[in-house]
Design a protein around this ligand. Sequence first.
Ligand code: NOJ
Length: 453
Amino acid sequence: MEYQFPEDFMWGVATAAAQIEGGAAEGGRGPSIWDAFSHLPGNIKNGDLPDVACDSYHLYEKDIELMKELGVKTYRFSFSWSRILPDGIGEVNPEGIAYYKALIAKLKANDIVPNATMYHWDLPYKLQVMGGFGNREVISWFTNYAKILLENFGDDVDLWVTFNEPIAVYVGYAKGFFAPGLKNEKYARQCLHHLLLCHGETVKLFRKMHFKHAKIGIVVDIWKHFPEREGNAEDIAMAVKANEIEGYGMFLNPIFLGEYTDVYRKYLDENDMVLDIHEGDMATIHQKLDFYGLNFYNGLFDNAEREKARQKAGPAGGNYQDRPASHPEKLVDVLHMLVDQYKVDIPIYITENGLPHTEDKDDFETLLNDQNRIEYIKNVLQALHQAMEEGVDVRGYYVWTLMDNFEWSAGYAPRYGLYYTDFKTLERIPKKSAAWYRKVIQDHGFDVTGQTG
Ligand code: NOJ
């Protein structure tokens, strides 16, 4: 086998509560910011709503059957905070606890390892009314919620993730095209600081609970930008801004190195956005983790001239969700950067990777016969294999996503699933990639030479 992975490599699929569960007002669930945001006209493409989504609130057993068909060893999902605590704080909803108990029990009965995220973008709406992540009180709201999760599910979940892609909070508070739909950059940056404190305090709490085998980490996506023209000052400046000021640097520096960078602080200074940082905050954020979750999609090349021309042509539009595949080989660089620059010396999981097909552009045939998704995943896995050969400690890989689902402000148009979801009948239909992935898992790898698919 040309691309052979270890026998115990954790192959998986990933989803998130707000994107698949539906059951928005069922089982005692309270609304989240995404419910509120998506019901305001103009926020979601085609006016799509997450109210039913894939209806996994009722059909989770069906989802697990699909996972069995694929032969995955692990499932990454998220808890809906407002299903556990309808108001975000206060009364616990027993039906919410029961739902996740049943889901986890069923996964375990099928030998599928749970990997669960506490926060995948769906803040309870009631907490947003109280200032959301802008209110420093969010630290106690979040740790209260985390404690309830850990008390109820602690060692039943093998891999705990505090936050998924914290950048979404920046997008939601600074750019306005994610919930809660605000456009205040200064405020957004303070929100991110609070989010990092929620993360740090949760890890401290987790350590105090002394679980037997549960582990805790965070998922930070990396869309690494590179200057397109070597040595070109403008291209370099663009890439630095994208990486350090609007991208992964905002999170990885405080989490893994215990500080915001000078570049970041200077930017905040010059733009009247100095953060309210209390004594001890940086130490709280800088907690030793058990694993790092990397969501990897693309490497990107910046060219200042092209960007100027693009800006002249008008606004770019807010969604990154239907970006075509670009530079999957950059995964090698990104993994080495984690180890070398950010001193990540803990196991890494690729917690998301995948490719969308956009319904407006592709016909049903193409959506099911998704050869280019297979090719793209193959390219990423080849890069992953190379990095692992070079010594990077990667323990697992999750395809985003099990089945087509609610792709945030892009609605149901971008289809990322290994299974096609018919949103009218809720039927899940396997795409070509599902069979391909099953075989990769079965064989612990794949060949490229002489293969057609
Ligand atoms: C990142 C997010 O974690 C997930 O929710 C989203 O659907 C995928 N990437 C694809 O955009």
